[in-house]
Design a protein around this ligand. Structure first.
Ligand SMILES: O=C(O)[C@H](O)[C@@H](O)[C@H](O)[C@H](O)COP(=O)(O)O
Length: 260
């Protein structure tokens, strides 16, 4: 049973945000202990808004402090568009979270894509991989970058990052960051962390809320079916935690937890 992911279900997004905050802060503490910074990868969708909800409230104690000046934020996936484009995950994070961080909470170091390479997604991916190589260089002889935390969403089809069901990218084992030119969800051109990088994170957290997720969550937890989110569950086991609301897990019989 030790290899199973954790499934947390909360009655409201408010309750979810409180526990998600405590979880993120425990990952932050571990990251600071390991290398005096907190290396996080984030995806798009509704996640940045939920993060703002969880993180931008005053701390209840010294231990409860979000130390944004120690954060290094990377993108789990990004669309090949300018940073101020409405499809940009960076743009979304900026509007929903970064621009709202009060000065006294500190400023994270954020790593957007290099927009000089928007016309060449292979180069865009390679450049982002080089950024990871530099950033994770001190990490002994590791063959993969090990994020302290990856914060991910789950699409209604079971995709996560820009790893889509049945796509050949799911079999990528060499690259850390890969291009995709035929994303079934627009826009088609993107880059994404690959499955080995995602599953090697110290911790991986999914945030999935609302009744629109109930069918796919049932499938992920009860059938697996090779869905990208299920592959992350299988690869990461107990290092993976799902933060959901009751509407999203209504049909899931997998054992749930209410607290960390
Ligand atoms: O580029 C994408 O396709 C999104 O970033 C995607 O990975 C997102 O995280 C999920 O679709 C969940 O989206 P919601 O959180 O909005 O349900």
């Amino acid at each position: 049973m030790a290899r199973q992911p954790n499934l947390f279900a909360f009655p409201s997004v408010d309750a979810l945000a409180t526990t998600l905050r405590a979880y993120i802060i425990s990952c932050q503490t571990a990251g600071l202990h390991r290398h005096d910074s907190f290396k996080v990868a984030v995806s798009g969708g509704s996640l940045p808004k939920t993060l703002a909800h969880a993180l931008l409230v005053p701390p209840s104690s010294a231990e409860d402090t979000v130390k944004f000046d120690k954060w290094e934020i990377f993108f789990a996936d990004e669309r090949a568009v300018p940073l101020d484009h409405e499809d940009s995950n960076y743009g979304l994070l900026k509007t929903e979270l970064l621009d709202k961080i009060p000065e006294e909470m500190g400023k994270p170091l954020v790593h957007p894509i290099d927009v000089a390479h928007l016309d060449d997604t292979q180069e865009l991916a390679d450049q982002y991989e080089q950024l990871l190589v530099k950033s994770f260089a001190q990490r002994d002889s590791v063959k993969l970058p090990i994020f302290d935390l990856l914060l991910l969403g789950c699409g209604p089809d079971g995709h996560t990052c820009s790893l889509f069901p049945g796509h050949e990218l799911l079999r990528e084992t060499a690259a850390w960051v890969a291009p995709i030119e035929d994303s079934p969800k627009p826009p088609p051109k993107r880059i994404t962390l690959t499955l080995p990088v995602v599953t090697h994170g110290v911790k991986i957290a999914f945030v999935a809320t609302g009744s629109g997720k109930k069918e796919i969550l049932k499938k992920i937890f009860e059938e697996g079916a090779g869905l990208p989110c299920a592959l992350v569950n299988e690869g990461a086991g107990e290092r993976c935690s799902w933060f959901t609301d009751t509407a999203a897990v209504e049909e899931v019989s997998f054992p749930r937890r209410g607290s960390l």
